[in-house]
Design a protein around this ligand. Structure first.
Ligand SMILES: Nc1ncnc2c1ncn2[C@@H]1O[C@H](COP(=O)(O)OP(=O)(O)OP(=O)(O)O)[C@@H](O)[C@H]1O
Ligand SMILES: [Mg+2]
Length: 460
């Protein structure tokens, strides 16, 4: 398999690795450049940075590494300090490196945590210019010893001063034996968009966007991890659930292993019902960072099911449609939702994580309100008595354990009014969100051939 790294396997990244090789070779010859890896959480940005540093070591480069930290953004030049720390510990080496113009970097590297309150704003006008100049010279001095790979991960959380210096450096790289490689996660409401787009601009054609893994790669990874005999249907279920996101796929595989789930066809539905801890944690933290509206919107989408409209989410969440639209865009940027017009989660596992986080009592209330809302919508769309009769039936079913009948009328009402694609994709979940207690009479009786598992909309 291509690109093995330690015990991890790097699949379908040939194009990115070839470009990394090319830019390293050019840098070794004194033609430095900047690369930027962008993408959603878990797509494999850090893994590419690690692969680059291995490839750089093989070519005699020295790697300077740093990583933005969510809670360290207020420490001015924190990233710069991380990059150079190892070289500045020894007094003799420090004195040698800080000779000449590089000495101007001193205040950034040695001043005690000269932080700003909120990560915004030390003026990067004149006062910072000498420091940027000094740091640039520090890089140049270091590069005299060996070509450099400067790898900065999670730039979205970099302190503003360092981020601006990275842009400054990126603009002055062309005659240095240096590759500046940065990674930025999409949709994090931290670093100013101006800095990110400046870095993107400086990277030009070297701005990388790793793609989700294909089904073929998913099959390879599942079989590599769980055994060559892993069934095709099981692998296909893993691909549907993880949507090609390597992090989600690896978490899912780990969860399957923990649950002693044999990779056979019969386990496919159980796989989709797994709710890997690691994914839930990462997803919920990312949503929480986007604010209370984002959490409310995501929860409502988890209740209503994919393909729901902004208006419906607004009505159920109590937010204004405009607020939902803005919030949904943020969720799309953060890789939580796939589309902001009809609201779909980017992966079923994300939906599962959000759904699982809603407290059972709140979930029941939300399902009940969702049922009333959908019924009201359908009744007014169909303009028939049937709709409202069905509505009261559904409300009654909220109180009964295990409503024995599937809501046939509900299906027929919705199928007449909703777009065909939407209904055919989400009918089982939608029906369950309307009648959370309903279960098919026997496994396989539901239209998607699954008996009620712990999936969103089915677990009340
Ligand atoms: N191309 C790939 N093939 C196989 N596994 C991969 C691939 N890319 C990444 N992985 C694995 O997926 C997981 C997530 O990768 P990584 O940490 O690089 O993602 P990331 O984009 O940096 O995420 P974050 O935004 O959270 O920092 C890791 O376990 C990594 O080994
Ligand atoms: Mg990362």
């Amino acid at each position: 398999m291509p690109g093995a790294r330690g015990t991890q396997i790097l699949l379908e990244r040939e194009r990115e690795l070839a470009l990394i090789d090319q830019t390293l070779d050019a840098a070794a010859e004194g033609r430095g450049s900047t690369m930027l890896v962008r993408g959603p959480a878990g797509i494999g940005k850090s893994e590419l940075l690690s692969a680059a540093s291995l490839r750089a070591a093989g070519r005699g480069f020295e790697t300077l590494r740093a990583r933005g930290g969510e809670f360290e953004r207020s420490f001015a030049f924190g990233i710069a300090r991380q990059l150079f720390a190892a070289h500045l510990e020894d007094a003799d080496q420090r004195a040698a490196l800080l000779q000449g113009a590089a000495g101007l970097a001193g205040p950034a590297l040695f001043v005690e945590e000269a932080g700003t309150d909120d990560g915004a704003a030390v003026s990067m006008g004149d006062p910072a210019a000498p420091i940027q100049h000094g740091l640039h010279w520090l890089v140049a001095n270091l590069a005299e010893g060996a070509p450099l790979l400067i790898a900065v991960d999670d730039v979205q959380w970099a302190d503003l001063e360092s981020a601006r210096w990275l842009v400054y450096l990126a603009r002055r790289m062309t005659d240095l034996p240096v590759l500046l490689l940065t990674a930025i996660r999409d949709g994090e409401p931290a670093l100013g968009a101006d800095v990110i787009s400046a870095l993107e601009e400086e990277s030009g054609s070297h701005a990388l966007r790793p793609e989700p893994l294909s089904q073929v790669a998913t099959v390879d990874l599942v079989r590599f991890e769980l055994g060559a005999g892993a069934d095709e249907e099981f692998c296909a279920a893993a691909h549907r659930a993880a949507g090609g996101n390597p992090l989600y796929l690896r978490e899912l595989i780990a969860a399957a292993r923990d649950a002693d789930l044999a990779p056979v066809a019969e386990s496919a539905t159980k796989l989709e019902d797994l709710r890997p801890e690691g994914i839930s944690r990462s997803v919920l933290v990312r949503i929480a960072r986007l604010g209370a509206e984002a959490s409310a919107t995501a929860q409502v989408v988890a209740i209503l099911g994919d393909g729901t409209s902004l208006q419906r989410v607004a009505r159920l969440s109590g937010l204004e449609p405009d607020e939902v639209a803005v919030t949904a865009e943020g969720l799309v940027r953060a890789g939580i939702l796939a589309g902001a017009e009809t609201l779909d989660f980017a992966h079923p596992l994300i939906r599962s994580a959000v759904y699982g986080e809603i407290a059972p009592g709140k979930r029941a209330v939300m399902h009940s309100r969702a049922a009333q809302l959908l019924v009201a919508d359908e009744a007014s769309a169909v303009g028939s008595e049937q709709g409202s009769n069905w509505g009261s039936k559904l409300s009654e079913s909220e109180d009964s354990e295990g409503d024995p009948e599937p809501p046939v009328q509900a299906q027929s009402n919705l199928s007449r009014t909703a777009s065909p694609g939407l209904w055919s994709r989400w009918s089982p979940v939608r029906v369950r969100s309307l009648t959370p207690h309903w279960r098919p009479r026997s496994g396989g009786a539901s239209s998607e051939g699954r008996s009620g598992g712990a999936e969103p909309g089915s677990s009340l």
